[in-house]
Ligand binder design. Structure first.
Ligand code: PLP
Length: 454
């Protein structure tokens, strides 16, 4: 009756899993502005070649360098918990497990890729990283990783989150990073957007444009950009979550998983937990795999699979993904990390191939679930994570109604101790639900008109 399942450091996976080559339909390449596929060389001003090689790799398994493993040991392997308290509160026959990524120093799954990205950049002779952050989790994680490997780190933080979450900036500064609210007057793109929309709350798309510009315009050539989600190599690094989880379930003799759940913003924590199970599904296993997104940003559940830019100012290649259009400015719900207009091409492709069952949930139901979880299990989850908790509760109730002993595994992607403002507003009854209507989606996707189709 273990409450927590641990792995020895020696049992931490030695390779990451790459879903791309195993997908039934081959992945389509990113495209340049002329509509032709982007070659790896064209990405070199933005990323170091060792990470570009991972981005385009067709190998199913990629070794985790020994030095990267040594850095990950600071908190990994992460525990797998049995949610006995929640099971009891819901009176469900389901066995609920959660993989606890909140135990990392930055409080979320983001350091799983921040560490290797910083390490590969350092190996390549890079001295400085730029990035964007929504809720501040990724900016904190990259600042932490940069401190460990010895890089400078500059973070563009979406304006609304910068104002709502002042302590995230202090965390970044504690690890030696710099944090700038976006849009800012430090870039060409930022100045243009500020002139057009001085009061904009900002968006991840805008912050990405600023961070990419800051990297590619550094005259020393020693700055590169790092992205905390969406890209193939980020999904790859996060698979350590699901690979550990499978070992932990095997250790307690849990043979069959019925449901796997993760919240999805750009897709990385979901992919990290789910892709090793998607592999089983491709090989015939019967598993329901559910990415959960906010009803106010319904990328997988309502937006088309299209070619779109990853950012507002067209600095990135066109990527084949579910997208609400690169000009989408999301309503300011509190799950800052789930407000991206697109979705990882690998998660989008797996959805298109029928391997995933995406679901959208409104924020009030998510906070209600998070509070129930906190009172049953103790952990106050991040607003992003609350979407996974809400779907888990839905599934556990369904199992009760069906009288089935299902095994449900969800990803606890981060704690919410830096995000209590959302909880405060929930308790004060000040939160509103926003369900993006079909008309709003139609309007939003207009920014993709005229772009190539996958
Ligand atoms: C705790 C947490 N979970 C989930 C996400 C969503 O990102 P992704 O979909 O890449 O996991 C974020 C993003 O900031 C986050 O901070």
């Amino acid at each position: 009756m273990a409450v927590k399942v641990f792995l020895d450091e020696a049992d931490m996976p030695k390779q990451w899993y790459n879903l791309g080559p195993d997908l039934p339909t081959p992945m389509q390449p990113p495209l340049g502005p002329d509509g032709n596929p982007v070659s790896p060389d064209m990405l070199t001003p933005v990323f170091p070649m060792n990470l570009i090689e991972q981005e385009v790799s067709q190998d199913s398994w990629i070794d985790i360098p020994e030095e990267v493993r040594a850095l990950l040991y600071r908190w990994r392997p992460a525990p797998l918990h049995r949610a006995y308290g929640l099971e009891k509160a819901l009176n469900t026959p389901a066995r609920i497990y959660f993989k606890n990524e909140s135990v990392s120093p930055a409080g979320s799954h983001k350091p799983n890729t921040a560490i290797p990205q910083a390490w590969y950049n350092k190996q390549f002779g890079i001295e400085r990283l730029t990035t964007e952050t929504g809720a501040g989790q990724w900016g904190s994680a990259l600042s932490f990783a940069s401190a460990l490997v010895g890089l400078e780190c500059k973070v563009y933080m979406v304006r609304i989150s910068f104002d709502q979450k002042p302590f995230r900036k202090v965390m970044m500064e504690t690890w030696g990073g710099t944090c700038i609210p976006s849009p800012s007057d430090t870039t060409e793109v930022g100045r243009k957007i500020l002139a057009e929309m001085p009061d904009t709350p900002g968006s991840l798309g805008i912050a990405i444009s600023e961070a990419v510009e800051a990297a590619v315009t550094d005259p020393t050539g020693k700055t590169r950009y790092a992205l905390g989600s969406v890209l193939n190599h980020v999904m790859l690094h996060q698979t350590i979550i699901g690979l550990e989880t499978k070992k932990q379930l095997a250790k307690i003799n849990e043979k069959k998983v019925d449901v796997v759940i993760g919240c999805a913003g750009g897709g990385s924590n979901f992919a990290g937990l789910a892709f090793p199970f998607v592999k089983d599904k491709i090989e015939g296993a019967d598993i329901d795999i559910i990415p959960v997104e906010p009803a106010s940003c319904p990328t997988l559940t309502k937006a088309p699979f299209a070619y779109d830019f990853g950012d507002t100012a067209h600095m990135t290649p066109l990527m084949p993904m579910h997208s609400l259009g690169h000009k989408f400015i999301p309503p300011p719900i509190h799950a800052g990390g789930l407000r991206y207009h697109g979705m990882a091409p690998l998660v989008s492709a797996a959805t298109r191939d029928g391997l995933l069952n995406p679901r959208a949930i409104g924020q009030i139901e998510c906070y209600k679930a998070a509070v129930q979880f906190a009172r049953a299990e103790g952990i106050i989850v991040a607003p992003e994570t609350s979407h996974a908790v809400a779907a888990t509760i839905q599934e556990a109730i369904k199992a009760r109604e069906e009288g089935r002993e299902k095994v449900i595994v969800f990803g606890l992607s981060g704690h919410g101790l830096m995000d209590l403002l959302g909880y405060e507003k929930y308790f004060a009854g000040e939160l509103e639900d926003h369900y993006m209507s079909d008309d709003e989606v139609r309007e939003s996707v207009k920014s993709m008109e005229g772009l190539p189709k996958p």
